[in-house]
Write a new protein. Structure first.
Length: 364
């Protein structure tokens, strides 16, 4: 049940420290810190390319994973929407592996894409939350997220569990392929093991969110911006908001603003900026200045350092615990989920059962 929570979505948001910790330890041995590779990735050096196929929120975990698999794992990686991939004459190399990502393991688009990948000679790894699902059964290997059952239509804990599994996978691949050295493996594993604690901290005090959620619930349009590892989190934030509050929202790569969407900005458009202090921070800061110069309302999600630099010029500020930049997308999922959830509560929409949507989409 939902215990003392108002909705499953709220409970599932608060389940995340545990969901992440459980998933973490299926990939990384808690005693030795060694990350192990599931079949068909265990022969890491012979993997020529990874193609990630998914829909919705699971697609955004794939977009995040691409950064990790390339920069940490040293593997070429592409991510495609399952519904697009199957009708595309993709050219995939020998030795390629498809990762089909799905909370339910039942999304028909993702299942059809998996079958198409197989027909193109790829081995398939399923990253699913339901072990006995169709996608798990039809794949060559399975990597389980251990988020526990997810009932809210809006995916939350399954997403951060997917991210956790993907980062663990990237570390294991990087280690096995000699792309990162021992010290780097240790640094990343330590950072990842610290995430459940940081997420719990972030969930402790949500007082900063209420005024923001109020504003979002009344907006007509909302933009979410992020760069690099924060870009998929911006996309996810926008999806969460539109899905459960019916407020129109779009996620953009912060650098794309000037190529069009900046025309939308005026004093009625709240802009949520996902900006941990990482290698992309300074550039995101200048995009934030562009938004402000056009009168946009800035909601800044950052850490203590970012708050010191930019807090003064934001209309609202959420300060998150400090983490290594590589794990920031997992932590920054929390505020975008909470904002959408609290905005839905403000507006009185049913976060667990939004109109027109089903928990798993079994039509094409
Ligand atoms: O079960 P799956 O991960 O395959 O589901 C994919 C999407 O339908 C799902 O993530 C959807 O976008 C969620 N409702 C997002 O909150």
């Amino acid at each position: 049940g939902k215990g003392n929570f108002r909705h499953f979505m709220e409970k599932e948001i608060y389940d995340q420290p545990e969901a992440i910790a459980h998933t973490l330890h299926t990939v990384i041995d808690p005693g030795t810190g060694v990350a192990t590779l599931p079949y068909p990735l265990e022969d890491a050096e012979s993997v020529s390319k990874i193609t990630i196929l998914a829909a919705g929120t699971s697609f955004y975990s794939g977009l995040t994973a691409r950064y990790w698999l390339e920069s940490i794992g040293g593997v070429a990686c592409e991510v495609d929407l399952a519904s697009e991939f199957r009708d595309r004459k993709a050219v995939l190399p020998k030795g390629g592996v498809v990762i089909a990502v799905s909370q339910s393991g039942e999304s028909l688009d993702t299942l059809m894409a998996l079958r198409h990948g197989k027909s193109l000679g790829q081995k398939v790894l399923a990253l699913v939350n339901v072990p006995e699902s169709t996608i798990a059964r039809e794949s060559d290997g399975v990597l389980l997220t251990r988020a526990g059952p997810e009932f809210g239509v809006a995916s939350t804990k399954a997403f951060t569990a997917q991210l956790t599994a993907f980062l663990g996978l990237a570390i294991a691949l990087g280690q096995a392929r000699g792309h990162i050295d021992k010290d780097e493996v240790l640094r990343l594993v330590t950072a990842l093991e610290g995430v459940p604690g940081r997420v719990a901290e972030a969930l402790k005090d949500t007082s900063a969110y209420h005024a923001i959620a109020h504003e979002l619930s009344r907006a007509k349009d909302v933009l979410y911006l992020g760069r690099g590892l924060s870009y998929p989190i911006a996309l996810e934030g926008a999806l969460k908001l539109k899905e459960i509050t019916y407020v129109h929202a779009e996620g953009y790569a912060a650098g794309e603003m000037k190529h069009g969407p900046i025309a939308l900005i005026d004093e009625h458009v709240p802009v949520v900026i996902v900006a941990p202090s990482d290698g992309w921070f300074d550039k995101t800061a200048s995009n934030m200045a562009e938004v402000r110069a056009r009168g946009g309302r800035v909601i800044l999600l950052t850490d203590a350092h970012g708050a010191k630099e930019l807090g003064g010029s934001a209309d609202h500020l959420v300060v998150l615990p400090d983490v290594a930049p590589e794990v920031a997308p997992i932590l920054y999922s929390i505020p975008v989920q909470l904002l959408a959830y609290l905005a839905a509560v403000e507006k009185g929409t049913d976060a667990d059962q939004p109109r027109n949507l089903a928990k798993s989409v079994t039509v094409e």
